[in-house]
Write a protein that binds this ligand. Structure first.
Ligand code: PMP
Length: 438
C-alpha cells in the first residue's frame, strides 16, 4: 500500500520545518492536508494516493506548455546525458540569452541565476552600484523573493500568513526599503520629493500577481519610469511571474503595443517560464548597466549552478515551444475558466470581482470589493478571504487543484484542453455553494 498524503505529511513535518520547503505549500491558510505529488502530465498532477487533479498551479507558473511536455523532457534528458553541471560556459547559455533579448527589447544583456530571489537581489545590488545610492522603493503587496530588503509588506506567503515582514531582517536593512501603495503615483512622487537623491531604484511587479492579481492602472508603469528617471533612479521591472507567460514578451510586451503605455525599464528580472520548471532565473537590461557586473565591473554576482546546462535546456525548449498558438490557448483557457468561475459564484450570490492581468487571474470576495476597481494591497486585504478555503477544498475534493491561498494567481497551461476545463466547470457549482455558506 502506498503511504497516504496524511502519512507523508506527518513524516515530512518531523524531517522538514512545517513539512514543506516553501511556506504556501503547507495549506496553512486553507487548512487540511497538502497533497504529496508524485507525477504531472499536461494539465494534470497525480498525488501519492493515485488521485489526479486538474492543476491550476502549474508549478507556480513555469509550466505554460503543460507539465512534462515531451519537447522539454527530451531536451532535459539529452542535456543530462551530456553532463549535469560544468561550472564553465556553455553554448546554450548564450542561446537562452539571445532568445530573451530577441523578445524583450529593453534587455540588451542578460545574466542567468537560479532563482527569482537571486535575480531581484542581484538587480538591486546592481542598481545601487550603478547609481551610488542606497534606498529602494517597493510597492505594498508586491513580492520579489525572500531577500532581506524585500520582505516589507510583501505579497505571496507573507500575505497568506498576514506577516508584515520577517524576523531576522536587521532594522538597518529594512530601513533602506521604502514601501508605497501600488498604483498610487502621488505617493510615489511624495517619496521622491522627500528622498529623491538617495533612491537607487524602484522595484515593481510589471503586473502584480502575488496579492492575487492586481493589474497596473493604464499608464502606471510608464509614469513610474518617467518619475524615477526624472529623479535619477532606475526602474527594476520584475517579470519573474509575468515574463513569457502573459505574452511572448511578457507584460512589457503587452504595454509596448500602445504608445500611451509603452515603457522601458532599466533592469528586468525573470524566472519561472524562463526555466521551464527547472531552476533558471535572470536579470537583464541596458548593456551600460549590466556591464557593471563582475567580471567587467565592480558589482559582484556569481553562482556555482548559474546557467546550469540541464536547467538551461529546459528553458530553451520551453521558450521555443511557446509560440503564438500557445499564448492563444493560455488566453482562451483563462477567459473560459475565469468567466465560468465568476458565473458560478454569481449564481450562488457570492459577491466577488474577477481580477485579471492577461491570462493571469484571481478573485476577490465581498460586496465592498465587487463594484469598484481593486488597485492596491489595502483593498485586497479588506476582502472576505474566509470564503476561499471552503471553495478551494470543494474544488480539491472534485479533482481540481487551485493555489492554496486567495492571495495567489491561478495559472493555466496550453494543455488545459476541453476535458480539463470541463472538469473545472463541473466542479464550480458545489464550490460556489461552499463559498456562499462560509
Ligand atoms: N518575483 C516575483 C514577481 C515572483 O512572483 C517570485 C516568486 N513567486 C519571485 C520574484 C521569487 O522567485 P523565486 O521563488 O524563484 O525565488
Amino acid at each position: 500500500m502506498n503511504a497516504t498524503n496524511a502519512e507523508l505529511f506527518a513524516r515530512a513535518q518531523a524531517a522538514i520545518p512545517g513539512g514543506v520547503n516553501s511556506p504556501v505549500r503547507a495549506f496553512r491558510s486553507v487548512g487540511g492536508t497538502p497533497r504529496f505529488l508524485v507525477s504531472a502530465k499536461g494539465a494534470y498532477v497525480t498525488d501519492a494516493e493515485g488521485r489526479d487533479y486538474v492543476d491550476l498551479v502549474a508549478g507556480w507558473g513555469p509550466a505554460i506548455l503543460g507539465h512534462a511536455d515531451p519537447r522539454v523532457v527530451e531536451a532535459v534528458q539529452d542535456a543530462a546525458a551530456r553532463g549535469l553541471s560544468f561550472g564553465s560556459s556553455t553554448p546554450a547559455e548564450t542561446e537562452l540569452a539571445e532568445l530573451v533579448e530577441a523578445r524583450v527589447a529593453p534587455v540588451e544583456q542578460l545574466r542567468l541565476v537560479s532563482t527569482g530571489t537571486e535575480a531581484t537581489m542581484s538587480a538591486i545590488r546592481l542598481a545601487r552600484g550603478f547609481t551610488g545610492r542606497d534606498l529602494l522603493v517597493k510597492f505594498a503587496g508586491h513580492y520579489h523573493g525572500h531577500s532581506d530588503g524585500l520582505l516589507a509588506e510583501a505579497g505571496s506567503g507573507l500575505a497568506t500568513f498576514a506577516l508584515p515582514g520577517s524576523a531576522g531582517v536587521p532594522a538597518d536593512i529594512a530601513a533602506l526599503t521604502l514601501v508605497v501603495p501600488y498604483n498610487d503615483l502621488d505617493a510615489l512622487a511624495a517619496v521622491f520629493a522627500e528622498h529623491g537623491d538617495r533612491i537607487a531604484a524602484v522595484i515593481v511587479e510589471a503586473a502584480a500577481a502575488n496579492m492575487g492579481v492586481v493589474p497596473p492602472a493604464p499608464g502606471f508603469n510608464r509614469a513610474l519610469v518617467e518619475l524615477a528617471h526624472a529623479n535619477g533612479a532606475l526602474v527594476i521591472s520584475d517579470e519573474v511571474l509575468t515574463g513569457f507567460r502573459v505574452s511572448a514578451s511578457g507584460w512589457w510586451g503587452r504595454e509596448a503595443r500602445h504608445e500611451a503605455s509603452a515603457y522601458t525599464p532599466d533592469l528586468m528580472t525573470f524566472g519561472k517560464v524562463i526555466g521551464g520548471g527547472m531552476p533558471v532565473a535572470a536579470l537583464g537590461g541596458r548593456a551600460e548597466i549590466m556591464q557593471r557586473l563582475a567580471p567587467l565591473g565592480p558589482v559582484y554576482q556569481a553562482g556555482t549552478l548559474s546557467g546550469n546546462p540541464v536547467a538551461v535546456a529546459a528553458g530553451i525548449a520551453t521558450l521555443r515551444g511557446a509560440d503564438a498558438e500557445v499564448y492563444a490557448k493560455l488566453d482562451a483557457a483563462a477567459e473560459t475558466i475565469s468567466e465560468a468561475t465568476s458565473a458560478a459564484l454569481a449564481a450562488e450570490g457570492v459577491a466577488h470581482r474577477v481580477q485579471r492581468a492577461g491570462n493571469l487571474f484571481s478573485f476577490v470576495f465581498g460586496e465592498a470589493l465587487a463594484t469598484a476597481e481593486v488597485r492596491d494591497y489595502a483593498t485586497v486585504l479588506r476582502q472576505e478571504s474566509w470564503r476561499y478555503a471552503p471553495f478551494f477544498h470543494a474544488m480539491l475534493d472534485q479533482g481540481v487543484s487551485l493555489p492554496p491561498s486567495v492571495f495567489e494567481a491561478w495559472f493555466v497551461t496550453a494543455a488545459h484542453d476541453d476535458a480539463a476545463i470541463a472538469r473545472i466547470v463541473d466542479a464550480l457549482p458545489a464550490a460556489a455553494r461552499a463559498a456562499a455558506a462560509a
